[in-house]
Design a binder for this molecule. Structure first.
Ligand SMILES: NC(=O)c1ccc[n+]([C@@H]2O[C@H](COP(=O)([O-])OP(=O)(O)OC[C@H]3O[C@@H](n4cnc5c(N)ncnc54)[C@H](O)[C@@H]3O)[C@@H](O)[C@H]2O)c1
Ligand SMILES: [Zn+2]
Ligand SMILES: [Zn+2]
Length: 344
């Protein structure tokens, strides 16, 4: 039985604490599904959204959250391939047009008509969320909701980002920023046969990276990470930047060897300089990468299903979301915090 109202964390104004409110449960249109959210990972993007950090902003009031996972509670009458009771996740890529050149080419992440969960449409920091059945992730059978939630954004994003480094098994990849995204990246990289170096500004993050399979670690607060990696491994073949500091982006350029590729996942507001001479003579590629396609999402879930990646998680109640954001802002979270919607 679906209630009329639900609990949700709502952004009423940028930079203000989220409010826990009782709001109407949304109703699925003929082409949508309604998902009963059981767990919802907290991504740094949710914090950027609530702060209004980016040039393209959401419109308050809105409900953040794009790692929401749970059971399908209702299906619209046109929905054929997803049924009530299915276990699904509602990712950042809420929906796309399906017919532009990007969508046709398997690059729906670049669709100009896309909508984004927890940003342009309400997300998973609530008991229920709407979803487009064509864009949900189908969850592996034997993994709990709390543990799988971080794959819906952190997992798929770094899995795709690693592919975009154009590295091959046996190559070195450096992961800069070992937070929610980065700690998953270390694991995907290992599973993909890569040697992993990890960079962060906190020693406890680097300790986690080592536990998860990184064999070289550098604290960028105390050591110049580019110089260190050139000396230790001759520079990496690829770098994946998930850090929330523009400084880390600049430093990553020097972490790769000649011909290397630097893929940018992190989204701190700001810019960083590209030294022309150095980029040209060293043949370095720099590219952005945003989440992943539906196929990337399903593949990233398959790694979890096979036990090759496993998010380091701690649970919190939705009521504590502002405290979670405060800790995230200070870089005090190990792995991912997941809101357990069944708690309270
Ligand atoms: N491109 C995408 O599709 C995509 C998807 C999800 C998140 N993001 C973005 O990725 C970023 C990271 O998200 P998250 O949830 O992993 O955040 P997080 O807060 O969990 O982790 C960020 C990490 O960066 C580290 N860090 C900070 N300054 C650093 C520096 N100078 N050098 C190295 N490490 C540094 C922090 O210690 C922390 O471990 C955010 O900006 C988020 O918006 C992008
Ligand atoms: Zn995210
Ligand atoms: Zn499109």
């Amino acid at each position: 039985m679906i209630p009329r109202t639900m609990k949700a964390a709502v952004v009423r104004a940028f930079g203000q604490p989220l409010r826990i409110e009782e709001v109407p449960v949304p109703q699925a249109s003929d082409d949508q599904i309604l998902v009963k959210i059981e767990a919802s990972g907290v991504c740094h993007t949710d914090l950027h959204a609530a702060e209004g950090d980016w040039p393209v902003k959401p419109s308050p009031p809105f409900i953040p959250g794009h790692e929401g996972v749970g059971f399908v509670a209702a299906v619209g009458r046109n929905v054929k391939h997803v049924k009530e009771g299915d276990r699904v996740g509602v990712p950042w890529l809420h929906s796309a047009c399906g017919h532009c050149t990007h969508c046709l080419g398997g690059w729906e992440t670049l669709c100009e008509s896309q909508s984004n969960t927890g940003y342009s449409v309400n997300g998973g920091f609530a008991d229920y969320a709407l979803a487009d059945p064509d864009y949900v992730g189908h969850l592996p059978k034997d993994i709990g909701f709390v543990e799988i939630a971080p794959v819906l954004c952190a997992g798929v994003t770094v899995y795709k980002g690693l592919k975009m480094t154009d590295t091959r098994p046996g190559d070195w990849v450096v992961i800069s920023g070992i937070g929610g995204l980065g700690h998953m990246a270390v694991q995907y990289a290992r599973a993909m046969g890569l040697n992993v170096a990890a960079v962060d500004v906190e020693d406890d993050k680097l300790a986690l990276a080592r536990e998860l399979g990184a064999t070289v670690t550098v604290n960028a607060r105390t050591t110049d990470p580019a110089a260190y990696l050139q000396k230790q491994i001759g520079g990496a073949h690829g770098a994946l930047v998930t850090a929330v500091s523009p400084k880390a982006f600049e430093q990553a350029l020097g972490m790769v060897r000649r011909g290397g590729t630097v893929t940018l996942n992190g989204l701190p507001p700001g810019n960083f300089p590209l030294p022309i001479f150095d980029m040209v003579l060293r043949g370095v590629t720099v590219r952005g990468s945003i989440v992943g396609s539906r196929l990337d999402l399903q593949e990233s879930l398959d790694f979890a299903a096979r036990g090759q990646v496993r998010a380091t998680v701690a649970t919190e109640r939705l009521e504590n979301i502002n405290e979670v954001f405060a800790r995230m802002h200070k870089g005090q979270i190990q792995g991912r915090i997941v809101i357990d919607m069944s708690a309270g």
